[in-house]
Design a protein around this ligand. Sequence first.
Ligand SMILES: Cc1cc2nc3c(=O)[nH]c(=O)nc-3n(C[C@H](O)[C@H](O)[C@H](O)COP(=O)(O)OP(=O)(O)OC[C@H]3O[C@@H](n4cnc5c(N)ncnc54)[C@H](O)[C@@H]3O)c2cc1C
Length: 493
Amino acid sequence: MNRSEQLSRLADTGEIWDVIVIGGGASGLGAAVDAATRGYRTVLLEQADFAEGTSSKSTKLIHGGVRYLRSGELGLVRESLRERGRLLHNAPDLVEPLAFVVPAYRWYERLFYGAGLTIYDLLAGKRGIASTGYLSASEVAGKIPNLRQTGLYGGTLYWDGQFDDARLAIAMAATAVANGAVVVNHLKVDALVRENGRLNGVVARDMLDGTEYRLKGRVVINATGVFTDFVRKMDDPGVSEVVRPSQGIHLVLDRRFLGGDTAVMIPNTEDGRVLFAIPWKNRMILGTTDTEPVPIELHPKPLAEEVDYLIRHAGLYFSEAPTHDDIKATFAGLRPLVSPSKAKAGSTAQLSRSHSLLVSDSGLVTITGGKWTTYRQMAEDTVDLAAKTGNLPVAPCLTGDLPLLNKEPLRRGALLDPELPYTMEDVEQAVVGEMAMTLDDVLSRRTRSRFLDEAASCRCAKEVALRMASLLGRDDRWVEDQVSGFPARSPLD
Ligand SMILES: Cc1cc2nc3c(=O)[nH]c(=O)nc-3n(C[C@H](O)[C@H](O)[C@H](O)COP(=O)(O)OP(=O)(O)OC[C@H]3O[C@@H](n4cnc5c(N)ncnc54)[C@H](O)[C@@H]3O)c2cc1C
């Protein structure tokens, strides 16, 4: 993928696209892959980088959602488990099985969670990963050496999927392009264009050089996550808002705080939340919180009380408790939760409790809510509706078994930093083949350096920026701007 090549395909102002997708997170990229593989002429515009919004800040689980069992949402769990199975099959390099232990500190918990997780297995059916099983206290200790042993009765072992969210997003962008779509990052939609009351295009601005693009299309899909209502208001300033953002944060810690390769799931903390401690690359991630109301922004900051909450809970469950000084990085993301009553108030078609679809009077198709795991189903529903709205020729969805293209990271040569599992060849691939345009694109989403170790990322920032500048034809001033802007956008600020 090359950004200049992609942009050059937008130069023809007479071209009429079948589908214009606004937003390059899980929802938008999923829709672009789906639409392109159906044969629709598709373009996707992302104001920042692919997955720079919520989609790079998830817990990195492809999961059925054990928590929905508790609320009896079996249909939602079944849908998620089906999509989990598909992703394990369609993106085997990017999604892998992960074993979880639910520790039991009360005598009845092992039975209770064991029964629930057996239902989880049954709902997965032939797409199940491996069977749920009971563990003794010493077996739990063997798998998670740093878990608090006092009062431990044992645990339940179950399986889910784990992935690298931003890398999956790049694989989806590459798959969309391979199927004829145009996808462009750092291109922001500023306005929607209508004729005779129907939407028929967008005005977009290149955030890197200011160039304006006017694109015409038969249908416009709004897949902008927590920014959904901003785009809906471009269409109809009087429309009532449907998205209620809720913030979740994660702490990134040394792997020794977990020990081993097994994740821990605490289904019911003292205030009823679910807490995950998960091995991820060379680290452990601990999350998540659920805080609202919060302002809508692309780079939300972790709140001090959220960090304190996670550190305090780590202290409850781990023998060697991490302190604030042990935090290698943090990341905060905003869940685009949909307020159901408000969604109903518009002209809506609510297809599933996991995600919501809306169509405005002028034909803007909005997809919001849902989760990474179900992005493919969400995309199928979205494109079905978009095709109807835009009077596109009927074409079946082909993504059920579609492999997602992934270029294995290279990892040859010296590491960028002893704390980071990446080399300069990863940087080069990101720039040359994956449309990385800024230092943050490379260090946050093509490599996950910044999510793994903030200080190490700052240490190698200059060297990476210099190499990028030589590949992109940028000057010293650009290098200076990128490096000086880098700590300012730090999630630890
Ligand atoms: C803390 C947390 C943990 C989570 N963990 C998991 C998990 O483990 N597993 C799971 O399945 N799901 C998880 N989720 C849910 C999942 O991450 C989200 O549902 C998903 O990433 C949302 O994707 P999206 O594309 O709708 O939104 P986003 O990823 O936010 O994408 C929207 C994009 O639209 C762009 N945009 C906005 N306005 C414009 C404009 N005018 N022009 C062009 N582009 C624009 C934005 O820049 C952004 O990139 C988690 C969510 C959170 C918050």
